[in-house]
Design a protein around this ligand. Structure first.
Ligand code: DGJ
Length: 530
């Protein structure tokens, strides 16, 4: 009887653990990360590459992460450290990171530095490094072999997939109940550097053959639905859906990049599939972004860039989404390009200073991002006063408001400056004209924030340096007034009003304003009249 009871308890707890595995779920047009059965907004930060290789080194860092109001840390786990000898795994570091994150009430996203990190293969174990015959490398156009595992060698992905599967099996064993680890990044910024494609023997052979049947099938079925950049590439080539890579994609560096994208996607997919068979956490890849002046090979050629996103989506079905590492100044444009083709936005790396702290509002408010994670957060000097910590303090309060509205057309996010001083958004039955706003002679040069429609004629906004004028978008009285504006805070999801804002603070009732002097939350109700 007792044995039966124990068996029943074990069976039901296994079922519970299975059910509670972090996963992705659609809500309207958004994709949400679900943790413990509820949507979870990642307010994260990524550590320097080497920090998580030492638990001792990490000890003083954890409290600084919580001081900046993070709920998640992105930390590297490397192949060289978990499999120092072939087939002999050491997970002490992984266990320690999980325990220490838990102790600080933080979740983890692990970055699998396996075959590639920033295009290079510097994190492969020494036994892989030394055995370059068994584990072939990329050859560049100048005939030189580089320290980059070739995608065209089954031995390479098989070894990586074995290690990754062992890692996922282990994470399930130690974390299948608590779910401290919520997602996995598979590899880091993959692609060939220094040339547009791999030119070793196997790569040249594959390149001269017809494109794989699954790819030609995909292209002929989806030609009209591809991102315009890829469609243009196909059109500028011979315009044929089948044939060799050069015939389909053209004899150009961009054509080579398509070849590499397909092969990186196929390789990474096999690694992800092996990992998911053990423990199916959401998995993504990240990209080193391209620049208009350069060519493939200046950035890692074949990485998950938006102009080849269809190739990645078709070639790597076990990868849940493609993520941009946004260090470039045109943040909004990269967000836009990465939210096409149903790809949800998650930003595993971005700037950690004042601009990064502002951009987060845009990513969450405008693009329903799963979360954000500035890079190198362990070197932010003063955790208590860091702009990033201030943004996350506000966004942690607003997380339930944001999560409830994702995918429902009930939120907007914006970045304003002298070149872009004004935007319009339609929300909650009104058109909102959002302007860079000066107050009391304080000249705001930058404004940013997000606004959510929270009820009948009610809006909640957070940010700094903007003013909002309303006009109706439905039949009825033509004019809109401010019924009440309150600043305030959310405490455990409950709104606690502070000052009632009126007079100068609302331009005598004409505009809802969030002062450029501070980062704040404010609630506004409107009414209509004529
Ligand atoms: C992008 C990489 O993905 C990171 O691991 C790190 O190397 C940064 N670049 C450095 O800026």
């Amino acid at each position: 009887m007792r044995q039966l009871l124990i068996a029943l308890i074990l069976a039901s707890s296994a079922a519970f653990a299975q059910d509670g595995i972090p996963s992705l779920r659609k809500q309207g047009t958004a994709t949400q990360l679900i943790v413990e059965g509820r949507p979870f907004l990642i307010l994260g930060g990524e550590l320097h590459n080497s920090s998580s290789s030492s638990l001792e080194y990490m000890r003083p860092i954890w409290p600084r992460m919580t001081a900046m109001n993070f709920n998640t840390v992105l930390a590297a786990v490397s192949w060289e450290l978990i499999e120092p000898e072939e087939g002999k795994f050491d997970f002490r570091l992984v266990d320690g990171l999980i325990e220490d994150a838990r102790r600080h009430n933080l979740r983890l996203v692990f970055l699998w530095f396996g075959s590639w990190k920033n295009g290079m293969s510097s994190y492969i174990p020494a036994w892989v490094k030394r055995d370059y015959k068994r584990f072939p490398r990329v050859r560049l156009g100048n005939g030189q072999t580089v320290e980059v595992l070739s995608t065209l060698a089954p031995a390479n992905w098989e070894a990586d997939a074995r290690a990754f599967a062992a890692l996922m099996r282990h994470i399930r064993a130690v974390d299948g109940r608590d779910h401290t680890v919520v997602m996995m990044q598979v590899q880091n910024e993959v692609g060939v550097l220094g040339d547009s494609r791999d030119r070793n023997e196997a790569a040249n052979k594959a390149f001269s053959q017809p494109i794989p049947a699954p790819l030609s099938g995909f292209l002929s079925k989806n030609r009209d639905r591809l991102v315009p950049e890829l469609r243009k590439l196909l059109d500028s080539a011979a315009g044929r859906g089948a044939g060799s890579w050069e015939q389909v994609f053209g004899a150009t560096p961009a054509g080579d990049e398509a070849f590499m994208a397909w092969h990186y996607a196929a390789y990474v997919d096999k690694v992800a599939a092996a990992g998911k068979a053990e423990y199916p956490l959401p998995m993504f890849v990240n990209a080193w972004l391209s620049n208009p002046e350069g060519k493939p090979g200046d950035w890692p050629s074949g990485g998950p860039l938006p102009h080849v996103m269809d190739l990645w989506q078709a070639g790597a079905p076990h990868i849940d989404f493609l993520a941009p590492d946004i260090y470039q100044p045109n943040f909004a444009e990269w967000c836009r390009r990465y939210t096409r083709q149903g790809n949800p936005l998650f930003i595993p790396e971005m700037r950690r200073g004042e601009d990064g702290a502002r951009n987060i509002f845009y990513a969450l408010g405008q693009h329903d991002a799963i979360g954000t994670s500035p890079f190198a957060v362990d070197s932010i000097p003063d955790a208590d006063t860091a702009p990033l910590g201030k943004s996350y303090a506000i966004l942690a309060q607003l997380a339930p408001v944001i999560l409830e509205r994702q995918g429902k057309g009930a939120m907007t996010g914006f970045l304003l400056d002298k070149e872009h001083p004004s935007v319009k958004a339609t929300l909650g039955g009104y058109e909102l004209e959002i302007n860079l706003d000066n107050i009391f002679g304080f000249k705001a040069e930058i404004g940013y924030g997000l606004i959510a429609a929270t009820g009948n004629d009610e809006f909640v906004g957070a940010g700094s340096g903007f003013g909002v004028a309303f006009s109706p978008k439905s039949p009825g009285p033509a004019r809109v007034g401010l019924a009440a504006v309150d600043e305030g805070v959310y405490s455990n999801g409950k709104w606690i009003p502070g000052r009632r804002l009126n007079g100068d603070e609302t331009d005598q009732g004409k505009r809802w304003r969030l002062s450029p002097r501070q980062l704040s939350i404010s609630r506004c109700t409107v009414y209509r009249y004529e």
